[in-house]
Ligand binder design. Structure first.
Ligand code: RTP
Ligand code: MG
Length: 142
């Protein structure tokens, strides 16, 4: 796993419940990202709180944590040149009402909280988040 070439994504609980996992992963692969780690998991409240710790003082934190722990998520490490920036372009704006046509959030998100997918916001956080979910034996090179 090489800093600068990876990002961490999570397909959020509503998108999983609505059976969009296959379509979203296809979208990601067709955009040139290589899946080098993949799993389904459900975060207990404490883990969701740590994952979104930077937002702990925001008005939406409780709603965000309750949503993220409400069901299984699909987490993946993705590899590509400029992964963080290109992936945030692929997923679109946080609020799907503002997301560009063809972006994953435009296609699959319900609203600003239930917005289908997460993407890391920096190379540092991508590495941190990848280790948060995946041990060394679950990170692949191929
Ligand atoms: P993410 O971290 O999930 O990839 O989303 P993001 O960078 O586009 O947005 P961020 O500002 O990091 O917010 C994290 C998540 O919190 C929820 N949120 N709700 N109700 C609201 O105003 C609000 N604002 C943010 C969203 O689920 C957002 O993805
Ligand atoms: Mg964010």
């Amino acid at each position: 796993m090489e800093k600068g070439k990876i990002t961490l994504t999570m397909i959020k609980p509503t998108a999983v419940k609505e059976h969009h996992v296959g379509d979203i992963l296809a979208h990601i692969e067709h955009a040139g990202f290589k899946i080098i780690g993949l799993k389904m998991t459900q975060m207990p409240k404490e883990k969701a709180m740590v994952f979104y710790e930077v937002h702990k003082d925001k008005f939406f934190f409780d709603e965000l944590v309750n949503f993220m722990k409400s069901g299984p998520v699909v987490v993946a490490i993705l590899e590509k040149e400029n992964a963080v920036k290109d992936f945030r372009e692929l997923i679109g704006s946080t609020d799907p009402a503002e997301a560009e046509e063809g972006t994953i959030r435009k296609l699959f998100a319900k609203d600003k909280t239930h917005n289908a997918i997460h993407g890391s916001d920096s190379d540092e956080n991508a590495v941190k988040e990848a280790w948060f979910f995946f041990s060394e034996m679950d990170q692949f090179r191929y």
